[in-house]
Ligand binder design. Structure first.
Ligand code: NAP
Length: 260
């Protein structure tokens, strides 16, 4: 039986839609007070209103650019101010623009690394002090199967960024362990989100055919995995990566997939 996390303060970067929204929803329904961030104000405010209306913990929104040090500091400060501290950081904001390796520009690579890698590093750095004060601080990164485990043409820069998050996680977990802060990652497979929908119906169909469960995951599936890492019962787990992908990384061959 997991103990309650009701009343804890949770920050979800990129929480206004997609996986971040699913994480925020799961935490709010568990009674946590959640602050979500994103760059677009109107969708962020609307999302916070809708999640608050579900009747769990409070959900607020602040606009903040997760790709910058200043944006991450502002988001952490807002969570501390609004909810009296910070217990859980879900560093989730990320982008996944498709571009073949041969066509990648410096801008393409810099944008992906800024949001997905620099953003992760500075979100965690900004949160160290309040997470230490919490006494049971938790960091949960949204990485991916793409990069750490699999490859996918068009996403070489993205895969590099998602693998980099895990390299960062392992040393951060060691440095923050004396502060009783754990640092873990969820590795989603293909999850139904607005961002994924922008890749088109053909992409979705090709992924469904590659997943043993024959369906994409839901944003809340990632939220439940993140919630597990946030529980008191997960206090001794740190530096670990949890794949949530309906079995997508498992088949060794097309024959293995067809046999399922
Ligand atoms: P999404 O639907 O495009 O949502 C992205 C969220 O991040 C939005 O709230 C967006 O809000 C925010 N965001 C993007 N850049 C930001 C920035 N610089 N500063 C602040 N917020 C920013 O994406 P998703 O599919 O949910 O993906 C979320 C995370 O899951 C990413 O890290 C992604 O790599 C990872 N992931 C997704 C999948 C999948 O299948 N969907 C699979 C594996 C991993 P604004 O645009 O308003 O800023």
């Amino acid at each position: 039986m997991f103990s309650s996390i009701a009343g804890r303060s949770v920050l979800v970067t990129g929480g206004t839609r997609g996986i971040g929204r699913g994480i925020a929803q799961v935490f709010a329904l568990a009674g946590a007070n959640v602050l979500i961030t994103g760059r677009s104000v109107e969708p962020g405010l609307a999302c916070a209103r809708e999640l608050t209306a579900l009747g769990g913990g409070r959900v607020g929104f602040v606009p903040a650019d997760a790709a910058t040090l200043a944006g991450n500091r502002a988001a952490v400060a807002a969570a501390v101010e609004q909810h009296g501290g910070l217990d859980v950081l879900c560093a989730n904001a990320g982008i996944f623009p498709e571009r073949p390796l041969a066509e990648l520009t410096e801008d393409d690579v810099e944008q992906v690394l800024a949001t997905n890698v620099k953003g992760t590093v500075f979100a965690v750095q900004a949160a160290i002090e309040p997470l230490t004060r919490s006494g049971r601080g938790r960091v949960i990164l949204t990485s991916s199967i793409t990069g750490p485990i699999t490859g996918s043409p068009g996403w070489s820069h993205y895969g590099a960024s998602k693998a980099a998050q895990l390299g960062f996680m392992r040393t951060a977990a060691i440095e923050l362990a004396p502060h009783r802060i754990t640092v873990n990652a969820v590795l989603p497979g293909n999850i139904v989100t607005e961002g994924l929908a922008e890749l088109g119906a053909g992409y979705r169909a090709s992924m469904e055919a590659a997943i043993p469960m024959r369906r994409l995951g839901e944003a809340e599936d990632i939220g439940h995995a993140a919630l597990f890492f946030a529980t008191d019962q997960a206090a001794y787990i740190t530096g670990q990566a949890l794949v949530v992908d309906g079995g997508q990384v498992l088949p060794e061959s097309l024959a293995a997939m067809a046999a399922g």
